[in-house]
Design a protein around this ligand. Structure first.
Ligand code: FAD
Length: 158
């Protein structure tokens, strides 16, 4: 039997198996704007954007527009602070003034970040346990390939 371990809770699980790792929660925020009127729908971008200097990313999800950013060190805490949401709204209002920000859903999540920002794809000291964790701010982007790497390690160990 194989066991995969993912996410922020990996660290406490690993310590019980005698494995050492550092995964820190780096809090990020997003707003998902409902594009209700025709003007907002036509003026919201249809491609994904990265505003590198301010580290804000934006994606169109059908009739919704999601804008995310911020790196906050606050431990395991997903409280939504309005002073972190405001810059995301300001960014939309500055670059897409015809997109109405009247209706939006704020969200906060914890990125499982390692010190060198590299995901952990190693086998535990306990045979049959493989880690696939610590993808930080790029979990959706990297996880398909890192999953392949974990599979290769499992096959090599079989
Ligand atoms: C605001 C924000 C924007 C982001 N934008 C992007 C982006 O544009 N592109 C990108 O590639 N990545 C992005 N990320 C990063 C991406 O979301 C993470 O890298 C990814 O979610 C990590 O996946 P994971 O499965 O390791 O952990 P998680 O997604 O945290 O999943 C862990 C799961 O384990 C569950 N769990 C916790 N404890 C236990 C337990 N004891 N027992 C059972 N289950 C448990 C949790 O409920 C959770 O469902 C963003 C993150 C944030 C916060």
């Amino acid at each position: 039997m194989w066991l995969f371990v993912q996410g922020l809770a990996t660290q406490s699980f690993a310590s019980r198996l005698g494995d050492k790792m550092n995964i820190y929660p780096v809090k990020g925020y997003s707003i998902t704007i409902d594009l209700k009127d025709e003007l907002s729908k036509s003026c919201a971008p249809s491609v994904s954007l990265i505003d590198q200097p301010v580290k804000i990313v934006a994606s169109r999800l059908g009739d919704r527009f999601r804008v995310a950013g911020t790196a906050e060190l606050a431990g395991i805490n997903t409280d939504i602070r309005q002073n972190r949401i405001r810059p995301l709204l300001d960014w939309v209002e500055k670059y897409f003034p015809n997109v109405s920000t009247e209706t939006y859903t704020p969200w906060a999540g914890l990125r499982p970040m390692t010190p060198n920002m590299m995901p952990i794809t190693s086998e535990s000291r306990m045979k049959g346990v493989f880690y696939h964790a610590g993808h930080g701010h790029l979990g959706w982007t990297l996880s398909a390939e890192t999953a392949n790497q974990v599979v290769a390690k499992i096959e090599a160990a079989s």
